[in-house]
Design a protein around this ligand. Structure first.
Ligand SMILES: C[C@H](N)C(=O)N[C@@H](CCCCN)C(=O)O
Length: 526
């Protein structure tokens, strides 16, 4: 038996960590594209051009033109003959601004000018939720799990990472093209085509996600499984953090939001190639497994049967993990899509820096997810970690909802707490699935968890976008938007957190009854 174990490629530390890095890189590129539009919400929902000044403030271009004209008129200066088209980077303009109740003449220099798209918050919410539409409504994620268990990680991974790339290209095409006023289903045609691209991308990203999970279990079962999953999630978070931090600067530099998506599409092309490299390793690992089995006189492992689905679906522990995943992630990923604008309007952070505060969230998790993963590997307590994380998530959303402490530093502290919660739950949740479901059904099991989770990822942004348009947007007498009150959307996010606490509590009880081992360590003593 010992000899057989030595022959597997995954028994080489270097080989299994290399495999992990390669597949995690592909996933990281996917996460970059997933959140690349989040910091651009303000730009996407502004009509016409937006000017960014060197002092990191910004304003719609037509507002600046009007203010400059008004300044010239009230100071009896000759009219500047300025139009939005004539605004130039590096040019200085004077106008009147109300600072702390007093009117002051300010002089600002334009840093960059970018094109807004004039989407409504509902359109932005519809577009953000599109990530999950094909997965949920066409059951593609569900079928993706079956394809994974039937066809294996090589075929499925190549197919899904190819879909991510194709979806990103469609999204980029939609954003850089001009569709004029063309409408479909009551929405701008650009929104619909960009959403189609994002849906295809989302299908690829989720199927790649379950494939990568199966790859990690294949190489790390009985070894550093939670640490490996934690590191994969940490690399994914680097993708999210980079998206939140660099997306707006890139869009400003390239003069249009499509520039950031193009960078993501290029990264995905590299991610696709890196998965092809993993396939070479996987083929060798499979050959080693088959050879070792033949040598030991063992029959090849039985394949996945559709009847296996019943075993998954009848497992109460599995459903609790799935529902916890739905509620917890509904409170995090959709929140990130709206967090930059929350920073601008509730905490008065200049738009140029506003994306950096939500970016703290994934940055914190880069370090903490593997740390909590190691903790779970060594001392267990998985169900407890999930309860603590859910309590933190709820507290954070309640704090964001309350009309108190509207200071940027408070938002930073709360975001760091959210980062800890966002490390605790994923580092315990994902390695707990193989404790409840056997390896040969794992692809389908992860697919069902992801499927249910995607219902939240698809519907919650749409719901929040609608709630912001309907209940949070404040207007002046002339009908222009003056600000946003985020109480209602944040209360909705807090409710998801509350549900997560209840479910995590029941899961811990169920673990005590069924002995899944969620509170036990992962590393098997030899
Ligand atoms: C969005 C995706 N379905 C997801 O849930 N991703 C998780 C990581 C899943 C890792 C499973 N081994 C995340 O926390 O980003």
């Amino acid at each position: 038996m010992k000899e057989q174990i030595q022959k597997r490629l995954s028994d080489s530390k270097a080989a299994r960590w290399t495999a992990l890095i390669i597949v995690s890189f592909t996933m990281m590129c996917g996460y970059f594209l997933t959140d690349v539009m989040a910091p651009l919400e303000n730009l996407l929902t502004t009509k016409g051009k937006v000017v960014y000044f060197t002092d990191n403030t910004s304003m719609p271009a037509d507002t600046l033109v009007a203010k400059v004209a008004l300044f010239a008129e009230s100071n009896a200066l000759s009219s500047p003959d300025l139009t939005v088209q004539k605004l130039e980077e590096g040019a200085r303009y004077q106008y009147i601004e109300t600072v702390e109740g007093k009117q002051e003449t300010v002089e600002k220099t334009i840093s960059t000018v970018s094109s807004g798209k004039g989407w409504s918050s509902t359109e932005y919410g519809f577009f953000s939720g599109a990530y999950g539409y094909i997965n949920v409504f066409l059951l593609m994620l569900f079928f993706g799990g079956i394809i994974l268990d039937k066809m294996g990680v090589r075929f499925t991974g190549v197919m899904s990472s190819g879909l991510m790339f194709a979806g990103a290209l469609i999204k980029w095409y939609a954003l850089q093209a001009d569709f004029g006023d063309a409408m479909l289903w009551g929405m701008n045609l650009q929104v619909i085509i960009a959403a189609l691209g994002f849906s295809i991308f989302g299908m690829g990203a989720e199927i790649t996600g379950i494939t990568v999970s199966k790859v990690i279990v294949k190489w790390f079962a009985g070894k550093e499984l939670a640490l490996a999953m934690g590191l994969q999630v940490a690399m994914a978070r680097i993708g999210t953090a980079l998206a939140l931090a660099v997306s707006l600067p890139v869009a400003r530099m390239m003069g249009d939001v499509s520039g950031s998506v193009l960078v993501g599409a290029i990264a995905l092309c590299v991610g696709f190639i890196s998965y092809l490299v993993y396939c070479v390793m996987d083929r060798k690992e499979d050959a080693a497994i088959s050879a070792a089995r033949a040598e030991a006189g063992e029959a090849p492992e039985e394949g996945f049967k559709l009847s296996d689905l019943k075993l998954i679906l009848c497992n109460k522990g599995f459903w609790l993990i799935t529902l916890l995943c739905l509620m917890f992630y509904a409170g995090v990923f959709p929140f990130l899509k709206f967090a930059t604008k929350l920073m601008i309007y509730k905490y008065e952070v200049p738009e140029s820096f506003a994306g950096l505060i939500p970016a703290l969230l994934p940055f914190g998790t880069i370090l903490l997810t593997p740390v909590f993963g190691t903790l779970y590997d060594r001392i267990g307590r998985g169900a407890t970690l999930m309860i603590i994380g859910s309590v933190m998530l709820t507290t954070v959303h309640v704090l964001f909802a309350l009309p108190i402490m509207n200071y940027w530093w408070f938002a930073v502290i709360v975001m760091i707490v959210l980062g800890i919660a966002f490390s605790l739950v994923p580092s315990a949740l994902w390695p707990s699935v193989p404790k409840i479901i056997p390896m040969k059904q794992l692809g389908s099991a992860y697919a069902i968890v992801f499927y249910i989770q995607n219902i939240g990822l698809a519907m919650v942004p749409t719901l929040i976008g609608f709630v912001i348009d309907r209940f949070s947007t404040q207007y002046n007498a002339a009908g222009a938007i003056t600000g946003y009150d985020y109480t209602a959307p944040m209360v909705i996010f807090a409710i998801f957190g509350l549900c997560a606490i209840v479910i995590a509590g029941i899961l811990k009880q169920e673990d005590r009854r069924k002995h899944y081992g969620l509170e036990e360590s992962n590393i098997k003593k030899k």
